[in-house]
Write a new protein. Structure first.
Length: 95
């Protein structure tokens, strides 16, 4: 899926530029490398791509700042992963 390739590319690009938090990379790469697990979360993956592209280590420092913080990205990652895990539990429990 091209969307997950785009996620991979933008995360690597931001990471190479030096200020993107490396502690977010593991979860982002897990999502990017497993499109079959997150295909039903496309709207959140798109949101994550936009957020990564707008990342700024100093987000919120200005009055009209439209940049995104690491915490905002972390929240979106948790939404993607948490929903996936809750879906798996439902299947395991016969729901």
């Amino acid at each position: 899926m091209k969307l997950f390739e785009q996620l991979n590319r933008i995360a690597l690009q931001q990471n190479e530029e030096g200020e993107f938090p490396t502690w977010l990379m593991t979860d982002i790469m897990t999502i990017a490398d497993q499109p079959e697990h997150y295909a039903d979360k496309v709207h959140l993956v798109k949101k994550l791509i936009t957020q990564i592209g707008s990342f700024d280590a100093y987000a919120g420092a200005g009055c009209f700042n439209t940049s995104v913080s690491a915490e905002t990205i972390k929240t979106t990652i948790q939404q993607i992963v948490t929903k996936q895990h809750s879906n798996n539990r439902g299947v395991e429990n016969g729901l």
